[in-house]
Each structure stands twice: as C-alpha cells, then as structure tokens.
Design a protein around this ligand. Structure first.
Ligand SMILES: NC(=O)c1ccc[n+]([C@@H]2O[C@H](COP(=O)([O-])OP(=O)(O)OC[C@H]3O[C@@H](n4cnc5c(N)ncnc54)[C@H](OP(=O)(O)O)[C@@H]3O)[C@@H](O)[C@H]2O)c1
Length: 283
C-alpha cells in the first residue's frame, strides 16, 4: 500500500492523480485532516483516512498497512519539526519501509531562515529513523509567479529586487509527479535531492521572458528594498503587504545558491516544464 499525507492540499491532490496512473486505486491510502474533501477519490476506490500530525494518536491507524509513504511537509511554520517527527515515528511503528518527503532548497540546520532549518531537522529525523528515505528539495513553485509578477509590474516596468540567486522555478505538478514516482518505487534515488525547474531565472530574466511571450516590452528596474517598498505602496499595496512581498523576494534572490538539476527527468523520464506555461497566463 502507498500512503500520502496532506492529500487534500494542492500538491497532495496532484500527487494522488499521478499515483493513480502508476498503481491501482485500492493500493492507495490518502490521509488528510479533512476526509470529506476527498470523497471523489474514495468513490474511485482510494482508501481515505483522517490524519493530523498535531494529533499523533490519529497517525498509527492512518498509516496501518502502508509500506511506502509520502509525507507532504505541512504549512504551519514553527510547528513542523514536531509534526513531521510524529509522522515519521508513527510510520515506523506502522511498518512503513520507505518515506518520501517534500523538503526545500538549501535545507540546513544553520541556514538563515527557520523554514530551511525545519526541513533540515526533518531530514535528520528521517536519516535517524532507520527507514529508507528520499527528500525531494522542491524549488520554488512557478505558480507563485502568477501573483508576484503582476504585483511587481508598474505600467511597462517590472520592479526587480537586488540579489544574486536565480531560482529554478518548478511547476507544482512536476513536484507532484516526481513525488508520486518515488512513492510508487519507480525511482531508486535516496537521501536529499534538489528538484528544480529547467532554468534558473532571476526577476530581470523573467521580465525579458515575459516581454518575449506577451509581445510588449516589460523593462526590468532594479531597486533597493526601500525603493521597492515605496513603489509598491505608491502603487496601492498596503504597507504590510509590500513589506511581506519584499521579504519573500529577498528569500528568493538573496538566500542559498542558484541550482538547476535534471532530477525531475531522472525520476520520471520526462523533463520539467518551463516557467513559460505560467508567464503565458499573464497579460
Ligand atoms: N516549493 C514552494 O514554493 C512551496 C511554497 C509553499 C509551500 N510549500 C510547502 O509545500 C507544501 C505543499 O504545498 P501546497 O501548495 O500543496 O500547499 P497547501 O495546498 O497549502 O497544502 C498545505 C498542506 O499541509 C498539510 N497540513 C497542514 N497541516 C497539517 C497537519 N497538522 N497534519 C498533516 N498535514 C497537514 C495539508 O494537508 P490536509 O489539508 O490535506 O490535511 C496540505 O497538504 C506546503 O505545505 C509547504 O510545506 C512549498
């Protein structure tokens, strides 16, 4: 049996769809805090069970019978190490033999950001569990750009943050497809691996690509954080939202290293899709 946690989330649902192409529905256990959200999959024969990492008592029943498990990292920053450790411990007791985990780029216990630290501590817990494991360090979702780029656009200019790192944006569906393949035992990659999109693109590169695809020129203007915040506020963004956006941009472009891998293709046999798919959906 192949189990997925967080199966009603965006990544979880996509991973389930891919898993259904790889193994019979009856061999899939989909766990979630909200079983009602998966009624359509239960109707297809998927075994749906309730699991909440913050309620460890729910986990042993949820994972019973599973031999391979995909743990989708939760979104509750600050609680994740404890939550993920509870899931790993319960999986071990349930007889799970292999865990796939959705990690993040540059996970390290001494990383500057708590998010990367939490992923690093989870990877350590996996290594110490004695189980076989694979951590897919998912690069930043390309889907995030469909919100961020319009926010940064002022007329025909794109406000670009300072920073040397060029993220290799990855489609969420490529993360899901890769996770499903590893969960299904179609890949023997073990330990941590950077899962990235096909190209590293900073915001100036994105302005250029957006121009090519849209047919109108979008000029990148590099701004300091202070200038960027002021321009976003002048554009009408509340100050708090502007500050949040700048924090996110700093995280993308001044944190860790630029890396592009072909791990999606290694795992699934087909290439990761380019960010153009998302850029084409913009004006
Ligand atoms: N690479 C990136 O750019 C990026 C960006 C944002 C987040 N992430 C990470 O990737 C994960 C999946 O992304 P997404 O787009 O699918 O996010 P999402 O739709 O917001 O999903 C959040 C996920 O967290 C699970 N979750 C939350 N609390 C939980 C708990 N107490 N116990 C068990 N599961 C819990 C949810 O499961 P149920 O609701 O089904 O219980 C759901 O799968 C996120 O949770 C986050 O760790 C990555």
């Amino acid at each position: 049996m192949y189990a997925i946690t967080g199966a009603s989330g965006k990544l979880g649902r996509l991973a389930l769809q891919h898993l259904l192409t790889l193994v019979p529905a009856e061999q899939i256990i989909a766990t979630t805090r909200n079983s009602q959200a998966l009624e359509d999959l239960a109707a297809k024969g998927v075994v749906v069970r309730r699991a909440d990492f913050s309620e460890p008592a729910t986990l042993s029943d949820a994972f019973a019978g599973a031999t391979r498990l995909l743990i989708i990292s939760t979104d509750t920053i600050g609680q994740r190490v404890e939550q993920h450790k509870a899931a790993i411990e319960a999986a071990k007791h349930a007889g799970v033999q292999h865990i796939t985990y959705t990690s993040a780029p540059d996970a390290a216990t001494d990383a500057p950001h708590p998010v990367q630290q939490e992923h690093a501590y989870t990877e350590i817990a996996l290594a110490e569990s004695g189980l076989a494991w694979t951590a897919l360090r998912n690069s930043y979702y390309a889907e995030l750009l469909t919100d961020i780029l319009p926010t940064l656009r002022v007329g025909n200019e794109l406000l670009v943050p300072e920073g040397h790192v060029k993220p290799a944006w990855i489609a969420r569906d490529d993360c899901a497809r890769s996770a499903a393949f590893v969960l299904a035992g179609k890949s023997d990659l073990s330990g941590p691996h950077d899962l990235t999109g096909p190209e590293a693109l900073g915001f100036a590169d994105l302005a250029q690509r957006w121009s090519q695809l849209s047919g109108h020129t979008i000029t990148p203007i590099i701004e300091s954080d202070q200038e960027l915040t002021a321009r976003l506020v002048a554009k009408g963004l509340p100050e708090q939202a502007a500050t949040g956006t700048i924090g996110l941009l700093a995280w993308f472009t001044r944190n860790g290293e630029t890396r592009v891998t072909n791990v999606v293709e290694q795992i699934t046999g087909s290439k990761a899709v380019p960010v153009d798919v998302q850029l084409r959906s913009l004006d």
